[in-house]
Design a protein around this ligand. Structure first.
Ligand code: PEP
Length: 251
């Protein structure tokens, strides 16, 4: 019913020319994939990436945007600027942005609305800290993040949003959530969306798992009913590993 979505988050890695050669190397490896394949690349790589991904099944995303349309926001990039380059997706609220760049649930909400208004598809990251999991408040944290993120978003718009469940303790640490933990948390997110918009909408929303997903653990994580894909950091930087994850999505 929901198409699996495998997205790479390159973070601050690869120059524009490296992006060009990487995508040319990746394209034949993921050709014919049964899932949606996305590469979220640095701003400076977007033009090269969109060009290299043309006539392939790889879609290109950015890793952030500003919520204002234009104006005196030195160093920032608007949704319209991304659309104008041919970008289709944008990661919003990644935990590294929340941690290092003061992003809050409120700015995440503003960014989602700006992305939707411009026609970009948001990949919205939510997830608990290790201390929150230890305090057994993971479900509350996820519900708060989702409720604020989706504030003012219509049911029709909500259907097109991708949510990435990314436990902060599993990102870039090599520690992966068990497939049961991932499925349970993605289930909490889905029922929270159902409480906001009803079951029919919630069943359409793609919910990914992210956090040290790799070529070895992807198949098990993706086998869970509430896990509709992956947001992959480290393992998306190597074409062989990333293409194994894409292939695992078809199993
Ligand atoms: C991420 O950056 O979204 C991520 C999940 O990173 P990693 O796969 O490296 O943990």
């Amino acid at each position: 019913m929901r198409k699996t979505v495998i997205a790479g988050n390159w973070k601050m890695n690869k120059t524009a020319s490296e992006a060009d050669s990487f995508l040319k190397e990746l394209a034949p490896l993921v050709k014919g994939a049964k899932c949606t394949v996305i590469a979220c690349v640095p701003f400076t790589d977007l033009t090269a990436a969109v060009k290299a991904a043309k006539r392939t099944n790889i879609k290109i995303g950015a890793q952030n945007l500003h919520f204002e349309k234009s104006g005196a926001f030195t160093g920032e990039i608007s949704a319209d600027m991304l659309v104008n380059l041919g970008v289709e997706y944008v990661i919003i609220g990644h935990s590294e942005r929340r941690q290092y760049f003061n992003e809050t649930d409120e700015t995440v909400n503003l960014k989602i609305k700006a992305a939707l208004a411009a026609g970009l598809k948001p990949i919205v990251c939510v997830g608990e800290l290790l201390s929150e999991r230890e305090d057994d408040i993971t479900a509350e944290v996820l519900r708060r993040q989702i409720k604020i993120a989706f504030k003012g978003v219509s049911a029709d718009e909500a259907k097109g949003i991708i949510v990435a469940y990314e436990p902060v303790w599993a990102i870039g640490t090599g520690k992966t959530a068990t497939s049961e933990q991932a499925d349970e948390a993605c289930g909490v997110i889905r029922s929270c969306i159902a409480s906001l918009y009803g079951k029919a909408v919630a069943n359409k929303v793609v919910i990914q798992y992210g956090g040290s997903m790799n070529a070895k653990n992807a198949e098990e994580l993706l086998s869970k009913p509430n896990v509709d894909g992956g947001l992959i950091g480290g393992a998306s930087l190597k074409s062989a590993d990333f293409s194994i994850i894409v292939a695992a999505a078809a199993k």
